[in-house]
Design a protein around this ligand. Structure first.
Ligand SMILES: [Zn+2]
Length: 610
């Protein structure tokens, strides 16, 4: 089965209602199903799933798409991994992309294994490793720990190039792995020099990359091998091969920033540490950690940078559904400082007494440190602290948090919920410049159901509705594309996102003759993708004559606005020329005004007579 066939099969055999129901309780409402949105906090359901269109859309936060999009969002996966997951359920094998098991794949692993041995031997048995070994011992690392984590040392000379050559490895391969650097036709020099080496081992125990810490003052202090065919930094943890089992046993992990931090914890007997690979802690990391743990204690450096990093990690931990705690180290200390003298008890105490990381922030926000903090400053901090509550999806958990936060802040629950929902709205409008629109509420059925409702529309609002109606008609009746292009209808659109979606629809119709929404949805950017889902879900199936009628109505509104704008512009010009006594120009303008009016009346007549 090729990739395209796999996609088709997923579309045919996975029902979006079943898939969503696994995560979100759904209730039938008319043609659709609705539930509480898993992507934002809400009390009344605006998350809508359409079985006929096989699409979902949230009228609260604008998330939308098909089954694959849903799985990507809820599981924090990229497109390919989501497809793989869904294919797995159906028992379909994906075509192999990476040449796993191929000679290249094996060669790369073999090179890394050989290089790891080389670095280790230099550290433990070579004169050149003496300073490094002394440094590690001074930091309090035992011989056993050094062996467990297979630490090594990259000497300052070019010995590695020679070593690999002697074993018959192609220097080009070592270059692809970021171990050697080509400096001339035949000369390759080692990338890591004078650095303590931390081999990075994947879950199957294979050496996939290296981290190197400068022994002297060389910059950067930490250096990692780049991503390669066998190594992706954003997806692996340092130390997982040593600590994963212990984490899974207690469903609890201690998240630290650096390699040495993790190693120090381990030596002190705290064997459930985990660290990202030099780079930031990603959503993927959080999601992966969720498989082994429910609780995470963040043990970051006790300085502002460490606090900031922990805030970023916290956001991702909450999103993945993990409970996070803030271990607070004294300012300027890191976990490694507890090795000399060994003080496991003190560190265990910090971990055991770690406060819930969200409440920690709420509490910190009201603690006044002296008189210099003004109200504005404190208000910002309260809101920032509460901003984290917005990310909590589980309503029960959220309610418990709100209860606690109310006590800390001395606020009423209603007020707190108000603040949370407000910060949510702010967040949404900052991330999606197509605003939330009560007019698109599922209860009144989207753009088609507006007729007959007595709600007064703001002019701008009505325009957007007309633009939406035109696009929905176009999707249901592709023949309308000619009229759309003929009058440059999209050129009259005011909403840029709708105009851009319209362009995509037109080119889709031009190349395929029809709109395959599910295919199109994965080609569009996030905002247009959500827009497309919303329009599709809001649209009723209609007869062609109804569609054409709606299309004409939409066009009329657009023409009318254009006409009014043009007329008022002309009127202003006419007043100017009258004032200056330029009769010739005034008459010319009056004639133009007449022509515009006539043209408009013709257009309106044309669309009425249909
Ligand atoms: Zn939502």
């Amino acid at each position: 089965m090729n990739y395209q066939q796999v996609l088709e099969t997923i579309k045919d055999r996975i029902d979006i209602v079943d898939l969503v129901s696994e995560r979100v309780p759904l209730k039938r409402r008319g043609r659709n199903f609705v539930g509480l949105c898993p992507f934002h906090v809400e009390k009344t359901p605006s998350f809508t799933v359409s079985p006929e269109k096989q699409m979902f859309y949230c009228f609260g936060c604008g998330a939308g798409g098909d089954a694959i999009t849903f799985w990507m969002k809820i599981e924090n996966l990229d497109f390919n991994d989501a497809v793989k997951d869904l294919a797995d359920r159906l028992g379909i094998e994906l075509p192999k992309k990476a040449p796993r098991g191929s000679s290249k794949w094996e060669t790369y692993h073999a090179i890394n294994r050989a290089v790891k041995d080389y670095f280790r031997d230099v550290l433990l048995e070579n004169q050149r490793g003496k300073t490094a070994l002394a440094y590690l011992k001074k930091r309090g690392l035992s011989q056993e720990t050094i062996r467990t984590f297979e630490l090594g040392f990259a000497p300052g000379n070019y010995g590695l190039s020679e070593y690999l050559e002697k074993r018959g490895y192609d220097p080009q391969d070592a270059t692809a792995l970021g171990l050697l650097k080509k400096v001339s036709e035949k000369t390759f020099v080692p990338v890591f020099r004078n650095r303590i080496i931390f081999p990075i081992i994947d879950e199957r125990g294979r050496t996939v990359g290296f981290g190197g810490r400068a022994l002297g003052d060389a910059q950067p202090k930490y250096l990692n091998t780049p991503d390669s065919m066998i190594f992706q930094k954003g997806k692996l943890f340092y130390g997982e091969v040593q600590t994963k089992r212990e984490i899974a046993r207690g469903r609890k992990a201690v998240l630290v920033e650096g390699y040495l931090d993790l190693i120090s914890l381990y030596q002190l007997g705290i064997k459930n540490g985990i660290a990202a690979l030099g780079t930031a802690f990603t959503d993927f990391h959080a999601k992966r950690l969720k498989r082994w743990a429910d609780q995470v204690v963040m043990l970051f450096d006790g300085d502002p940078a460490g606090y900031k990093a922990s805030s970023r990690a916290l956001e991702r931990l909450i999103r993945a559904g993990l409970l996070a705690y803030q271990g607070v180290l004294p300012e300027g200390k890191d976990p490694g400082d507890y090795l000399t003298p060994p003080d496991a008890e003190a560190l265990k105490e910090v971990i055991a007494t770690a406060e819930d990381a969200v409440l920690f922030r709420v509490r910190r926000s009201v603690e006044t440190e002296g008189e210099e903090k003004d109200i504005k400053d404190r208000e910002e901090r309260v809101k920032e602290g509460l901003g984290f509550l917005r990310l909590i999806r589980d309503p029960v958990r959220l309610d418990l948090y709100v209860k606690e936060a109310c006590e800390i802040l001395g606020l009423k629950r209603e007020i707190l919920y108000d603040i949370i929902e407000n910060s949510e709205r702010k967040y949404n409008s900052a991330h999606n410049d197509y605003p939330n629109r009560s007019g698109g509420n599922p209860r009144n059925g989207g753009p088609w159901a507006r007729k007959g409702t007595q709600r007064p529309y703001l002019p701008g609002k009505q325009m957007e509705d007309a633009e939406e109606v035109l696009l929905v008609s176009l999707m249901q009746c592709p023949e309308l594309s000619h009229e759309m292009k003929k009058g440059d209808v999209l050129g009259m659109f005011r909403n840029a996102a709708l105009r851009s979606l319209g362009k995509n629809l037109l080119s889709e119709i031009e190349t395929r003759g029809t709109v395959d929404a599910s295919r199109l949805t994965h080609q569009l950017g996030g905002e247009e993708q959500a827009l497309l889902s919303r329009l599709l879900i809001g649209a009723h199936q209609m007869r062609e004559d109804q569609i054409r009628k709606a299309f004409s109505d939409g066009l009329r509104i657009l023409y009318q606005r254009n006409y009014k704008e043009e007329i008022s512009k002309l009127d202003a010009e006419i007043r100017e020329t009258e004032k200056s006594g330029n009769f010739e120009q005034t008459i010319a303008l009056l004639k133009r005004r007449e022509a515009v009016k006539k043209n408009y009346q013709n257009l309106i007549q044309h669309h009425k007579s249909r």
